[in-house]
Write a protein of this length. Sequence first.
Length: 207
Amino acid sequence: MDWLRRPWRASPEKADTGPPEEDSPDPMERAAPGIAALFDGLREDGTHAILDLGAGGEGSFHFYSRFARRIRFAGILQSPPRGGKLAPALEALPPPPAGLYDVVLAWNILDRLTPAEHSVLIHRLARLTSPGARLYVVVDISHKNRIHPVHYSLLDQHRVSQRIDGPLEGAYQPLLPAAIEALLHPFRVEHAFTLRNVLREYVSVRS
């Protein structure tokens, strides 16, 4: 767990300082050092295969197209809802037409699943990815009793637009760094970023 012994690598703009952002129905832009780390060093030649567990969006599609011709938006961040059955939705996710995914954006899906469903998710993602694949997750560390589902759209490699995409739901206890590392196996955490809006981004690589 070497990454745990290092200081959090923070966004140069808004990390670890200032009050949390208030919930707003309007889209909010935020810095995304985890996204920058996720795509850092990837070739912009269309050879990658990207799986985004969120809903599709024009901004994200255009950004992914720089790196991949095989892009899939799974749309399961809002469906199934919290407490719904995750396994059928995951089993319905086929691998790309050729090979496996090498970039996965799971966004805040861990916040929306029961602890028992976490292992189902990671097991399925491990089957859909090749060794060396990169996985991005973001978790809410605000200790709020209720949180909103969120729709994410990439603006560029360093910024994300996010908007509330549903009513408030009961929140689980925040996932601590050591729990994240154990949970994501066989993905190994390589970068972690704590943001000022009480989010924590993780970038991990499949062994």
